[in-house]
Ligand binder design. Structure first.
Ligand code: KIV
Ligand code: ZN
Length: 522
C-alpha cells in the first residue's frame, strides 16, 4: 500500500483479529472472525491484520476466508522471518485484492540473546531475507523490529534500513512490552528519521501496548512525530494489558481535529456496534467507565452535570453520542411484524440475510417477540449474531433442558444435546445452582470433561423484559473455547453459550492435535 497522497491522513491498522485474538481465553472460530472483519470493513479501517496463518490451520483458514470475501481494507497476515511463515502468510492473503505480508523480528538484545539465542548479524540477515522473500510475492510488505523501544536505536535503524532496501513499504515500530513514554517515543521516532532518511519514503507505523496504560498516549505521540499508521484493536484488546484502543485513537483525532489537523477514514458511527460485536464474540466485557464505548462514557450522575447537559449538551460532553453510533435504541419491531419487516430491519442494521438464516432468525424473533413486546435494534443485533453463529458452527447444540430448582434442595438438571454426528444424547446432574446443574448435565451428556473458566451474564438493553446475553469460557484438555447465548430466559442463554463454548473448545483441541505447536510467537 502506498502512503496516502494526503499527508494528514492517518491509516488505521486494526489488529483485533491477530494481537487482540492473542488475549487469554479468546478463541474465535472462522465464522466469528469473518463477522468481525466484515464489521471492521464497515467501520472503514484501512488495514485488517486478520491473523498469523502459520500458527494453526484454523488461523490460516480464517485469514484466507477474510482475504477472499472482505472487500475494502488491505488484508494482512503476520509472519516471523522464517520462509515457512512467509509462505503461509502469502498463501492465506493472496486472494485478497489488497494483500499485505507483515514480517517481524526482534532488535532488542534482551530478545536476541534470551529468546532468539542468536546474534545481531543473524537478525540483520533474517530481516533481509524475509523482506526479500515476501517481496517476491507481494508489493505491500510491512516490517516490524519487535521490542524496538527497548533496543539500541542505531541497531534498530540499521535493520529498518535493510528492510527498506529490500522493498518494505511500511516500517512499524512496536512498543512490544508497553514500556515507553510519550516524550521518549517521540524522541525515538525523531531520531529514527535522522538515522534513516529513507523512512520518509515509506509509511511509518506505531504499535503500542498498554502495560503502563500509555498505549493511546504513546500512539498519539508517534503520530505527532510523523507516523501515519496506527496499529490498534477494538476495545483495546491484545497481549497482556492489550493494544492501543482503536476507538480512543480514532475519536481523539476526530474530536481534536481542528487543533491536531490529522484525520482517519473511520466511519465513527460504526464504533459502538463494532465494540459490542467484539465484546460479545470474544467474551471480553468492556469496563463501564472505558473511554468512548464504556456504558457510562455518556452518562451523567451528579445533579449539577445532569442539569448542565439538560440545558446544553456541550456543558459536560465533548463528543456527541450519536457520532459513535449510540443513538436512541429505537423500537423496530413488535410481535405482529412479519418476515419482510424483519428482513428490512436487519438490512437497516447492515445485515443482509436470506434463505435459511432468515428463516431461523424469524423463528427466534417470533419466540422473543411473544415474550418481549418490543424488539429493539440492539435486541436484533444480539439475536442475529447469535443466529449466524448457530448456522455456521457445526458442533453440539442444546435441544432441550429441564431444571428443578428450589431453596430447599439442590437443583437438578436434565438436558438433551444434539452431537456433531446428529445423535441426541442426554445427561443429568445435581449442581450447586441451576446453571451449574445445566453445565454439568451437558458435560455428562456429551461425555466431555469441560472446566468452566469464566461465566458472564449481561442484559442486552435496559428494562425488566430485556434479553439476557451470556458468555462462557471453558477449557477442554488444556484448550479454551468461548461461546455466547442470547435468550429471554437466562438458563436457556447460559445453556446455549455453554454448548457453543464446548463445540469451539473441542474443535480447537482437534486442530491443536493436528498442528505442531509453535515456539517464539509474539
Ligand atoms: O507487539 C509486537 O511487537 C507485535 C509485533 C508482531 C508487531 O505484536
Ligand atoms: Zn503487539
Amino acid at each position: 500500500m502506498t502512503a496516502p497522497a494526503d499527508p494528514n491522513r492517518v491509516l488505521i491498522f486494526d489488529t483485533t483479529l491477530r494481537d487482540g485474538e492473542q488475549s487469554p481465553g479468546i478463541s474465535l472460530n472462522t465464522q466469528e472472525k469473518f463477522e468481525i472483519a466484515q464489521q471492521l470493513a464497515r467501520l472503514g479501517v484501512d488495514i485488517i491484520e486478520a491473523g498469523f496463518p502459520i500458527t494453526s490451520p484454523g488461523d490460516f483458514e480464517a485469514v484466507q476466508e477474510i482475504a477472499r470475501n472482505v472487500e475494502g481494507p488491505v488484508i494482512a497476515g503476520l509472519a516471523r522471518t522464517h520462509v515457512a511463515d512467509i509462505d503461509a502468510a502469502w498463501g492465506a492473503v493472496r486472494d485478497s485484492p489488497r494483500p499485505r505480508i507483515h514480517t517481524f523480528i526482534s532488535t532488542s538484545d534482551i530478545h536476541i540473546v534470551h529468546q532468539l539465542q542468536t546474534t545481531r548479524e543473524d537478525v540483520k540477515g533474517q530481516a533481509r531475507a524475509a523482506v526479500a522473500h515476501a517481496k517476491q510475492y507481494c508489493d505491500d510488505v510491512e516490517f516490524s523490529p519487535m521490542d524496538a523501544t527497548r533496543a539500541e536505536i542505531e541497531f534498530t535503524a540499521e535493520v529498518c534500513q535493510i528492510a527498506i532496501d529490500e522493498g518494505a513499504t511500511t516500517i512499524n515500530i512496536p512498543d512490544t512490552v508497553g514500556y515507553t513514554m510519550p516524550q521518549e517515543y517521540t524522541r525515538y521516532l525523531e531520531r529514527l528519521y535522522e538515522l534513516i532518511p529513507d523512512l520518509r519514503n515509506v509509511v511509518l507505523s506505531v504499535h503500542c501496548h498498554d502495560d503502563l496504560g500509555l498505549a493511546v498516549a504513546n500512539s498519539f505521540a508517534g503520530v505527532l512525530a510523523g507516523a501515519r499508521q496506527v496499529e490498534c484493536a477494538i476495545n483495546g484488546i491484545g497481549e497482556r494489558a492489550g493494544n492501543a484502543s482503536l476507538e480512543e485513537i480514532v475519536m481523539l483525532l476526530h474530536t481534536r481535529q481542528a487543533d491536531v489537523g490529522l484525520h482517519t477514514g473511520a466511519v465513527t458511527r460504526e464504533i459502538a456496534r463494532t465494540s459490542r460485536l467484539v465484546s460479545r464474540l470474544t467474551g471480553y466485557a468492556v469496563q463501564p467507565n472505558k473511554a468512548i464505548i464504556g456504558r457510562n462514557a455518556f452518562a451523567h450522575e451528579s445533579g449539577i452535570h445532569q442539569d448542565g447537559v439538560l440545558k446544553e449538551r456541550t456543558t459536560y460532553e465533548i463528543m456527541d453520542a450519536t457520532t459513535i453510533g449510540l443513538e436512541a435504541n429505537s423500537i423496530v419491531l413488535g410481535k405482529h411484524s412479519g418476515r419482510h419487516a424483519l428482513k428490512q430491519a436487519l438490512s437497516d442494521l447492515g445485515f443482509e440475510v436470506a434463505g435459511q438464516t432468515l428463516n431461523t432468525a424469524f423463528k427466534r424473533f417470533k419466540e422473543i417477540a411473544d415474550k418481549k413486546k418490543q424488539v429493539t435494534a440492539m435486541d436484533l443485533e444480539a439475536l442475529l449474531t447469535d443466529e449466524l453463529r448457530e448456522d455456521a458452527a457445526v458442533g453440539y447444540s442444546l435441544e432441550w433442558f429441564e431444571v428443578e430448582a428450589s431453596s430447599r434442595r439442590p437443583p437438578h438438571a436434565t438436558v438433551g444435546v444434539r452431537t456433531p454426528d446428529g445423535d441426541e444424547v442426554s445427561g443429568s446432574f445435581t449442581g450447586d445452582g441451576p446453571i451449574d446443574a445445566i453445565f454439568h448435565a451437558i458435560n455428562a451428556a456429551t461425555d466431555v470433561e469441560a472446566k468452566l473458566r469464566e461465566f458472564r451474564v449481561d442484559a442486552v438493553t435496559g428494562g425488566q423484559d430485556a434479553l439476557g446475553e451470556t458468555s462462557v469460557v471453558l477449557e477442554v484438555g488444556g484448550v479454551t473455547g468461548s461461546g455466547q447465548g442470547v435468550s429471554t430466559d437466562i438458563l436457556d442463554a447460559a445453556g446455549r453459550a455453554y454448548v457453543r463454548a464446548l463445540s469451539n473448545a473441542v474443535r480447537r483441541r482437534e486442530m491443536v492435535g493436528r498442528s505442531a505447536a509453535l515456539a517464539g510467537t509474539p
